[in-house]
Design a protein around this ligand. Sequence first.
Ligand code: MG
Length: 253
Amino acid sequence: MAIPIRKPAEIDKLRKANIIVAKTLKYLSGQCKPGVSLLELDRMGEEYIRSLGARPSFKGLYGFPASVCTSVNEVIIHGVPTEYKLQEGDIIGLDIGTELDGWYGDAAVTVGVGTISKADEALIQIAKDTLYFAIEIIRPGLRFKELSYEIEKFIKARGYQPLHGFCGHGIGRKPHEEPEIPNYLEHGSPKSGPKIKEGMVFCLEPMICQKLGTPKILEDKWSVVSEDGLRGSHYEHTVAVIGGKAEILSKED
Ligand code: MG
């Protein structure tokens, strides 16, 4: 199946869904304080998304039980909200999806709770830096595999590892569409596979491990950690290729 090319009016719809994601992430980031539970964060996120007129698209997606992925410390992605109360020094990934008028938004951040260690600050920064590096190099004609390859090189040059088995993705009328965009060169040559074109819309989401990129899924069947047992980080934006470069849709207007 071909990767869809979106018309400007369709990109406007995607932008609207993604602005709600950005606003919700900003709001929720401010709520990540010691003593706040993951279930409270989930409820606050869901209410906030609905108050802005959208639907939390992760709720029920593949059976996910909540509106917000809350990934604490060793959990890198897909953390399920529980009664766990945040503690000083924790780091938490917040990943949110919205649906508005049949179009989808998706983005994520990792934030510290109170004062965090220098090592955790660096861990969060590499996820953010990788995301903005990837956004910066996007141009029509670049192959998705080249993008994955460059992302992997960037992460490894800083001494970290990309999480394997999970990836960025196309987005549009469904929350996950083609192509898959791993944060590493999965197979084949970077000079193979589809090229990025004007009008494509997709999510980039670096998922960072410290020593090993091998994923392990916890007993809750959702939470993804690294085999190394160390903390991880995650950042994500939805971008549209417009005017020869990537425009971030998941930012406040
Ligand atoms: Mg995503």
